[in-house]
Design a protein around this ligand. Structure first.
Ligand code: NAP
Length: 257
């Protein structure tokens, strides 16, 4: 029980990688707050977490809205007394892709809101709570797209790329106050984000796309949410107390091929 009596806040914690992290931390004793926009999805995720830990809470929040983010941190601290861990993982997973000249300004703003601005806003309020707590650990989710720069993903890749620099800057600012800040950069992980790319494809097209994902990396397969969650859980733990400002890439080996 490495996280007994700890309090964790997980944005995008209602499915996929975030939910896997919530399960992992709760299994090891942490009180957990999960955050997403869709109430129904959030309540379902909460029910599954209640099987693991009694001190769990769901909050319906859009991380791009500052008043909602401020309330999110306030509600976490007023309910569970403090904030030890934050996983700023919510991101625009709806997959808007288009070449730059065809991408609308509104979509660009939404993309930045759900990626870089959302992470910045979350940290702005989480850091205040962690300073009061005498320290803490933050992990922010980027994406391998930040390095691949595939045509059509420019806005998403740019937002995710900024998260890596933002993480490093904030790590420098708060290291001496006992706050560690790191980035998780996942490659393809089997969540609804990847599943949505298979929607509407014929069996043959789906097979081709699956092969493409599998052949993209050295291990020859798509990763699981549990594999991504293991990295985050380790970063939060006392086994990683000398790690800050780092970007940990969990991509099955794409980035070194
Ligand atoms: N799966 C991959 O292959 C992969 C690869 C690289 C990076 N990532 C990143 O990993 C993170 C998690 O994605 P996932 O793969 O686990 O997909 P997912 O299962 O679709 O999870 C996305 C989560 O984020 C929440 N969310 C989205 N926009 C939000 C917003 N504006 N405010 C609050 N919550 C929001 C969703 O809940 P609601 O819909 O209810 O809001 C959900 O809980 C994302 O940042 C994604 O960009 C994933």
């Amino acid at each position: 029980m490495r996280f007994e009596n700890k309090v964790a806040l997980i944005t995008g914690g209602t499915s996929g990688i975030g939910l896997a992290v919530a399960q992992s931390l709760a299994q090891e004793g942490s009180k957990v707050v999960i955050v997403g926009r869709n109430q129904k999805k959030g309540e379902a995720a909460l029910q599954s977490l209640k099987q693991i830990h009694s001190d769990v809470m769901y909050l319906s929040v859009d991380v791009s809205k500052s008043n909602e983010v401020k309330q999110m941190v306030h509600k976490t601290v007023s309910t569970f007394g403090k904030l030890d861990f934050a996983f700023n993982n919510a991101g625009n997973t709806e997959g808007k892709t288009a070449l730059t000249h065809e991408f609308s300004e509104e979509d660009f703003d939404n993309m930045m809101g759900a990626t870089i601005k959302g992470v910045w806003l979350c940290m702005k309020y989480e850091l205040r709570a962690m300073l009061e707590n005498g320290g803490g650990s933050i992990v922010n989710t980027s994406s391998l797209d930040a390095f691949l720069c595939s045509p059509g993903t420019t806005a998403y890749a740019t937002g995710k790329s900024g998260i890596i620099t933002l993480t490093k800057c904030v790590a420098h600012e708060y290291g001496k106050q006992g706050i560690r800040v790191n980035t998780l950069t996942p490659g393809a992980i089997k969540t609804s984000m990847i599943d949505s790319k298979f929607e509407g494809l014929s069996a043959e097209e789906a097979k081709r796309l699956e092969d493409k994902y599998n052949n993209l990396n050295t291990l020859g397969r798509i990763g699981t949410p549990k594999e991504a969650a293991a990295v985050v859980t380790w970063l939060m733990s006392d086994e990683a107390t000398y790690i800050t400002g780092q970007n940990i890439i969990a991509d099955g080996g794409v980035s070194f091929v």
